[in-house]
Design a protein around this ligand. Structure first.
Ligand code: DHB
Ligand code: FE
Length: 296
């Protein structure tokens, strides 16, 4: 049996990794950003997940233009990190959960998702930085990485990514291995564009709309095409797809535990969202520590 404890959406900007490496978390520039993660860290301690299923987008470290899966599910016993060019310290390997991975892969294929199963998979900053932000002392969880293509068009639509997440959530609920508590994480976004004539583009009203709608009516965000999403959120703003997959996995109804929005972090509008399934009645009510980050 498995219990879904909730979901987290978070940005994954490499500059955050640089600030961690230089221990600048309490510098005036970085303090508000890092403090905003304290409620998420405290929530994770309260709900005690055993496994994190992480929707993230590879930026050319493991997959490249020669062979680009739309959806790739990790099925390894461990996942190594490597420097894809940002010069960040390479992290310790992450422990996998091959049994859960294969169950997810079987159920996803059964549900007509054509996924790539990866028994070897390097994870980049989009995976390692959220893990460091959420568990600064190292993750006490096993992980299943799920990579969604944002590099080589055509990309899967927002509607398809929400459905992928829903199928992953159903597969976790059907899991009949050990008792497991599972948290879903979606990394990336919010609006940003790193190159071209719109480099530096950020769309605050759209980000705020996303942070509102994704909790109670994620279906509203699935009416956009990828082309419309690029126009509204920037070329790299399509990383919202990871958040939609995370949201789908959490289940039909969800409630906000904590959120934070800060502009800019590097070139990016940085967002953080923690949600719980509304049916999660057994946990004690969670109160975020005082003064930890700005709420929406
Ligand atoms: C930045 C943001 C990203 O999502 C990324 O993958 C790389 C860089 C940035 O804002 O610098
Ligand atoms: Fe990115």
């Amino acid at each position: 049996m498995a219990t879904i404890v909730g979901g987290i959406g978070t940005s994954h900007v490499p500059a955050i990794g640089g600030a961690i490496a230089r221990q600048q978390q309490q510098s005036p520039q970085w303090k508000p950003f890092f403090d905003a993660y304290r409620p998420a860290q405290a929530w994770l301690k309260a709900v005690r997940p055993d496994v994190a299923v992480v929707f993230y987008n590879d930026h050319g470290l493991n997959f490249f233009l020669d062979a680009m899966p739309t959806f790739a599910v990790g099925a390894a016993a461990e996942y190594r990190n490597a420097d894809e060019g940002w010069g960040l310290p390479v992290t310790a390997p992450f422990v996998g959960d091959p049994d859960l991975s294969w169950r997810l892969i079987e159920d996803l294929v059964e549900e007509e998702f054509d996924i790539t199963s990866c028994q070897r998979m390097l994870v980049d900053h989009a995976f390692t930085i959220p893990m460091k932000l959420l568990w600064p002392e190292g993750p006490p969880v096993r992980v299943v990485p799920i990579a969604i293509n944002t590099v080589q068009h055509p990309l899967a639509s927002p509607a398809r990514c929400l459905k992928l997440g829903q199928a992953v959530g159903r597969a976790v609920q059907r899991y009949d291995g050990d008792d497991l508590r599972v948290v879903f994480i979606g990394t990336g976004g919010l609006s940003h564009q790193l190159d071209g004539s719109r480099a530096g583009f950020i769309n605050k009203p759209f980000d705020r709309l996303c942070l509102e709608q994704i909790v109670e009516e994620p279906g509203c965000l699935t009416h956009y095409s990828i082309r419309e999403l690029v126009a509204l959120a920037g070329g790299q703003g399509v990383e919202l797809l990871m958040w939609l997959a995370m949201r789908g996995a959490v289940g039909e109804r969800a409630a906000r535990v904590h959120s934070h929005y800060q502009v800019p972090i590097s070139n990016t509008a940085a967002g953080l969202l923690v949600i719980e399934p509304e049916s999660l009645g057994d946990w004690p009510a969670f109160t975020p520590p005082e003064g930890a980050g700005a709420h929406l």
